[in-house]
Design a protein around this ligand. Structure first.
Ligand code: GTP
Length: 390
């Protein structure tokens, strides 16, 4: 049975906008024309060829929400693989209206996850704190962490009330993201969501690792062809990535033992020891971000600290840029559009990048830092790897 991806949240929070941006090649500005969704809009989004996401965009008007939680409860909440609950941050800067809105949202959210525990206890839950662009830059981190804290608390309450052993033991970890249709944050959240649905992601990353080693590429990233979401990424075990490269084993947690990739109570991700302390590195301690998918058991982990200036959303920025570039190509006059975007070659003072199609459903990007590596050899390796990855 196909598992559903439920997209829920109050009316106007931006559910259809994000779906249209990611899956239907809308531009952010086009979403202003979207009308309210009536009841549930079902779509089967083909992803990576065989993987079909059974997406349910649930209209958020109050009467619909009440009906999902009551009359349509079992129909909506059974066989769910992922629940994405979208919170509108309009009014998050304060004011009574904003607080009322947030509290109403929290009540619906609690009701939705109670229903989820009842009908799909194994479902994954993602909370998107959306329209972050409307929150003043200086207040974003504070708004995000206080909301995440509250969401985790509510989620735990539901888990305990439902006496769901697994969820209560895990502290029921919801995955939270700050998002906006106006920047790459939406790609980051959706990349992580779809990665949870891809079977054998670890195998793909092992093969990518081999390719990265063969090409002496610092980092290798695979994007899905139509959405340009990041599917997998890895770093060569020999070449340093664009920031710094450390072997996981070379960094010892102060308490001994292993690091795990985790989020803290306030939603900050990083490698932590078993006591929840962040890892410290030669670049200093602090927020550390993985450049490989945390679920993959890849031996080499490339990471950098915020202090070192490595942008954890660098690949999602590429997603957003290339997707917009593709859309621009499609808008060219008929004759020129025949030469659609195929590959991109980029030369910067301290690295080169090459983006090309890998399989019928994916693009690959390789980043090379070593100036002695010729672009022609990278291209040839990608060409030779195609059959293997197909
Ligand atoms: P229902 O279908 O009624 O449930 O609403 P919805 O959640 O599908 O909302 P929709 O996608 O129709 O978006 C409502 C409005 O929010 C549109 O005008 C969008 O342009 C706007 N919007 C969506 N995402 C963002 C965002 O990240 N930032 C800002 N500023 N506006 C956004």
């Amino acid at each position: 049975m196909k598992r559903k991806v439920l997209l829920m949240g109050q009316s106007g929070c931006g559910k259809t906008s994000m779906r249209s941006l990611i899956f239907s090649s809308y531009r952010a500005a086009d979403t202003r024309r979207l009308g309210s969704t009536l009841d549930v809009e079902h779509s089967h989004v083909r992803f990576l060829g065989n993987l079909v996401l059974n997406l349910w965009d649930c209209g958020g008007q109050q009467s619909y929400m009440d009906s999902y939680l009551d009359k349509q409860r079992s129909q909506v909440f059974s066989t769910v693989g992922v629940l994405i609950y979208v919170f509108d941050l309009v009014g998050a800067e304060g004011g009574e209206e904003g607080i009322e809105e947030w509290e109403r949202d929290l009540r619906y959210y609690k009701d939705c996850i109670s229903a989820l525990y009842q009908y799909s206890p194994d479902a994954q839950v993602f909370c998107l704190l959306h329209k972050m662009d409307l929150v003043d830059k200086s207040r974003r981190a504070a708004v995000y962490s206080s909301r995440v804290k509250e969401l985790r608390r509510k989620s735990r309450e539901v888990a305990q009330a439902a006496a769901n052993a697994r969820a209560a033991a895990d502290g029921f970890r919801v995955h939270c993201f700050a998002t906006s249709i106006w920047d790459e944050s939406l790609y980051r959240a959706w990349s992580r969501i779809v990665q949870t649905q891809i079977p054998a992601l670890g195998v793909l990353e092992r093969h990518l690792q081999q390719l990265a080693d063969t090409c002496s590429a610092s980092e290798v990233v695979v994007f899905e062809r139509t959405t340009f979401l990041v599917i997998a990424k890895t770093a060569s075990s020999s070449a340093a990535p664009l920031s710094s490269s450390f072997n996981k084993d070379s960094i010892q947690p102060s308490s001994g033992g292993r690091y795990i990739y985790d989020e803290d109570e306030e939603g900050l991700e990083g490698f932590r020891d078993t006591q929840g302390r962040v890892a410290s590195t030669p670049l200093g301690s602090g927020f550390i971000t993985s450049s490989t998918h945390p679920a993959a058991h890849s031996e080499t982990v490339a990471f950098g600290t915020r202090a070192a200036g490595l942008d954890p959303e660098r690949f999602e920025k590429v997603s957003e840029l290339i997707k917009n570039f593709k859309l621009s190509c499609q808008k060219l006059p008929a004759k020129s559009s025949q030469c659609e975007f195929q590959a991109v070659e980029l030369k910067a003072p301290n690295f080169s990048a090459y983006i090309d199609s890998l399989t019928s459903n994916t693009y690959i990007m390789l980043l090379v830092r070593d100036p002695s590596i010729q672009m022609a050899s990278i291209k040839l390796n990608v060409q030779l790897a195609r059959d293997h990855f197909e």
